[in-house]
Design a protein around this ligand. Structure first.
Ligand SMILES: Cc1cc2nc3c(=O)[nH]c(=O)nc-3n(C[C@H](O)[C@H](O)[C@H](O)COP(=O)(O)OP(=O)(O)OC[C@H]3O[C@@H](n4cnc5c(N)ncnc54)[C@H](O)[C@@H]3O)c2cc1C
Length: 267
């Protein structure tokens, strides 16, 4: 029976109207308005669903890991309510200022602490920053293969068979365990938690692991372990102008329009 780990990130609801987010250029941060709720990143719910489908077919254990701060417990418990077995939070000031590399390092160290793992699932990208690197970074730190953008994951004769999304179709890949898989939205709708699952999830104890708990070197964590630097963060200024092109007749208006377009080098 496979041991599975799913990495899920809590983010500000990406479906909230764009106007409810502000860019703080000085702090280089995106600030979500007070009315924006927190959610589990949607691709990560699909990663949980992929693990649950393997569990439905073969049994096994699903551990969910989330690294961050200001967790909203009713939100981050959702994978438990869907059917995952345990949830572990990674929270420590040492994780602050992380980039993809230091996020991947911390998650990989936590997975090592979990110990036994056959399948590790991530979303294809987090739906806030959309970087799409953390999963691959975890695989690199653990020294295991990875397969990206899976739309179907099955275990056949002890191996993992995946459908991987490509332009206009999919390819079928077979890989041995342990493997890290990033899951795409083509997998289909994640299941809704049932009342029984929600109640059971609310009762489960959720441990929080610090940098020390996962045996991480602080020089590899957060800002200290980051290898990328965010130089500038800004919202593009969009300008729209409307000019009415006139003429004595429709033909003249059309000719004037053509001249304008040529002046603007658009035709
Ligand atoms: C504690 C913390 C502090 C940060 N501080 C800063 C900062 O100061 N400045 C700044 O610019 N950015 C900051 N970030 C954002 C960080 O740079 C990005 O989260 C990182 O580069 C990864 O990009 P992404 O979130 O798009 O993940 P992707 O690479 O798109 O994520 C792919 C998949 O990896 C998994 N994953 C990603 N992140 C997590 C997570 N946190 N927990 C569990 N699974 C995860 C999910 O399965 C996800 O679908 C911070 C992030 C964290 C977690």
């Amino acid at each position: 029976m496979p041991n599975m780990v799913v990495c899920v990130k809590q983010i500000a609801d990406p479906e909230a109207p764009a106007g409810s987010f502000k860019v703080d250029e000085a702090a280089k941060k995106v600030v979500a308005g007070a009315g924006v709720s927190q959610v589990v990143s949607p691709f990560d719910e699909q990663a949980v669903e992929a693990a649950l489908r393997v569990k439905d077919a073969h049994g096994g254990k699903i551990s969910v890991l989330s690294l961050g701060k200001d967790f909203v417990m009713d939100v981050i418990r959702k994978p438990l309510a869907m059917g995952a077995d345990e949830l572990i939070l990674l929270q420590d000031p040492a994780f602050e200022g992380a980039d993809s590399r230091s996020t991947a390092y911390a998650l990989a160290m936590a997975i090592k602490k979990i110990g036994e793992y056959d399948l590790i699932f991530c979303g294809r990208q987090a739906a806030d920053w959309d970087v799409g690197q953390v999963g691959l970074g975890i695989a690199e730190f653990l020294g295991i293969p990875s397969v990206t953008v899976a739309q179907k994951v099955e275990m056949v004769d002890g191996k993992v068979r995946l459908e991987r999304v490509v332009a206009d179709g999919y390819e079928v890949i077979e890989v041995s365990t342990p493997v890290l898989i990033t899951v795409s939205n083509e997998l289909g709708e994640p299941r809704y938690p049932k009342l029984k699952g929600i109640m059971a999830a609310a009762r489960k104890e959720v441990p929080t692991w610090t940098a020390q708990d996962i045996g991480a070197e602080t020089s590899q964590l957060g800002a200290a372990g980051a290898r990328t630097k965010l130089v500038k963060l800004f919202a593009p200024v969009k300008e729209a102008k409307c000019e009415i092109i006139e003429g004595e007749s429709p033909e003249e208006a059309a000719a004037n329009l053509a001249l304008k377009l040529r002046e603007a080098k658009l035709v």
